[in-house]
Design a protein around this ligand. Sequence first.
Ligand SMILES: [Zn+2]
Length: 91
Amino acid sequence: MSQNPVLRRCVACKKVLNRKYLLKVTKDFQNGVILLDGMGRSAYLCPTESCFEEATKRKRLQKALRCEIQPSVFKMLQKQLNTCNDSDTKA
Ligand SMILES: [Zn+2]
């Protein structure tokens, strides 16, 4: 019984996962939509191509954050996708 992981739901596949494995997108009141912690509503996405595609196709992040998202944000997100599943074996 150590600490409980913080669980969040992916906006694309709806799976509930440990927050540290998910990409966080925040709608910051001052800075708009950012990929860091900010003040405001946030949404989570698995760092996988399939969830990224689902999210972009169906505008899941826009719906979750209730706003438009700049293409640059999606480019930054795409850079952070894992191409394989063993990324947490080495930091
Ligand atoms: Zn997902």
